[in-house]
Design a protein around this ligand. Structure first.
Ligand code: PEP
Ligand code: MG
Length: 296
C-alpha cells in the first residue's frame, strides 16, 4: 500500500476536463520541506508563520524572516508557496506582543485583527515577504478576515512597505494577495472579497468551529466539529461558487482538504487546490487520479 502510494510522487493529478489540481503541503517550519517534497507536494498551500514567532524569546527580525521565506520560496520554485501572515491570539501568547486577557480568545484579538493594530509587527513581516518574492513564487494570505476593509488596509500597508524598501535600496518583488475563508462573515461577503483578492483558501478547521459555534478545542462538543455537517458544506460551496464565478483560484488548507471521502465533493464544487499535511498527499493524488479515470 505504502509503495503503491509512492508511485504518485511525481504525478500531476488532473480532472477529467484536464484541469490540474494542485496538491500542496501545509508546513510550519523549514525542517518540513524535505518531507513535503518527498511526499510529492506540488507547492505549499499554507506556511504557518506562528512557530517562527513562538520559537524565540523576541520577535523575529525582518532580515531573519526574509531569509526564511526566501529559503522556502527557493525550495519550491517555480511552484507557489502561500505564506500566511501571523495568525496568533491570546490562546498562544508570544514574546514581544502583549495580549489582553480575553474571555473568548477564538472570538477575540487574533490574526489579521491583531496585525492591523500592530502595523510595526505586520509591516516587518510584509517587507520580509516582499523581499522573499525575488526568490520564487511567493503568495501571501491573510487569516481570520471578516471585513473588506481588512484587505484594503493591508494593501495600503503593502504600498508603504514597497516605498520603504525602495528608499532603503533593498530588492523586492510583488506577491499575489489572497485571503483565508474561515469566518462565516467572509463566506457571506465572498462575492465582494473575490473582486479584491487573487485567491481564496478555505480554512475548514476554523470555519467549522465558527459555523457550528463549537469550540474546536472542546471535546464535549467534538461531535459538532464536523466539516461534513451540511451547514459547513454549504458554506464551502458558497465560497467556491463566489470564487469560481469571479475567476479566482479557490483552494482549501484546513485538515478536511486531505480527506479522501470529501475530496470528490470539493472538486465538484470547483476547488482546484488542496493543501494538507505531507503524509496525506499521496492518497489525495490517488483519489483525484482515480476519480478522473472513472469519469472517462
Ligand atoms: C484552518 O483554520 O482551517 C486553518 C488551516 O488554520 P489553522 O488550523 O492554523 O487555524
Ligand atoms: Mg484557522
Amino acid at each position: 500500500e505504502r509503495t503503491a502510494l509512492k508511485a504518485y510522487k511525481d504525478v500531476v493529478p488532473k480532472l477529467a476536463n484536464g484541469t490540474v489540481v494542485e496538491v500542496a503541503a501545509n508546513l510550519g517550519s523549514l525542517e518540513e520541506i524535505d518531507a513535503a517534497r518527498e511526499a510529492g507536494a506540488m507547492g505549499v498551500g499554507l506556511f504557518r508563520t506562528e512557530l517562527l514567532f513562538m520559537r524565540h524569546m523576541h520577535l523575529p527580525s525582518e532580515d531573519m524572516q526574509a531569509e526564511i521565506y526566501g529559503t522556502l520560496a527557493k525550495a519550491f520554485a517555480p511552484a507557489p508557496v502561500i505564506v500566511r501572515t501571523l495568525d496568533i491570539g491570546g490562546d498562544k501568547p508570544i514574546a514581544g506582543i502583549e495580549f489582553p486577557a480575553e474571555e473568548n480568545p477564538f472570538l477575540g484579538w487574533r490574526g489579521i485583527r491583531m496585525c492591523l493594530d500592530r502595523p510595526d509587527i505586520f509591516k516587518q513581516q510584509l517587507r520580509a515577504l516582499m523581499r522573499a518574492a525575488v526568490h520564487g513564487n511567493v503568495k501571501v494570505m491573510l487569516p481570520m478576515v471578516s471585513q473588506l476593509s481588512e484587505v484594503a488596509r493591508t494593501r495600503e500597508l503593502i504600498a508603504e512597505c514597497g516605498a520603504e524598501l525602495k528608499e532603503r535600496g533593498v530588492p523586492f518583488g510583488q506577491f499575489e494577495l489572497g485571503v483565508m475563508i474561515e469566518t462565516p462573515a467572509a463566506v457571506l461577503i465572498a462575492r465582494e472579497l473575490a473582486k479584491d483578492v487573487a485567491f481564496f483558501s478555505i480554512g475548514t478547521n476554523d470555519l467549522t468551529q465558527y459555523v457550528m459555534a463549537a469550540d474546536r478545542l472542546n471535546p464535549t462538543v467534538a461531535g459538532l466539529n464536523d466539516v461534513s455537517n451540511p451547514a459547513v458544506m454549504a458554506a464551502i460551496e458558497m465560497t467556491a461558487r463566489a470564487g469560481t464565478e469571479a475567476g479566482i483560484m479557490v483552494g482549501m488548507c484546513g485538515e478536511a482538504a486531505g480527506r479522501p471521502d470529501l475530496i470528490p465533493e470539493f472538486l465538484r464544487m470547483g476547488l482546484t487546490e488542496l493543501s494538507m499535511s505531507p503524509a496525506s498527499i499521496p492518497r489525495a493524488k490517488k483519489v483525484i487520479v482515480e476519480l478522473a479515470e472513472a469519469a472517462k
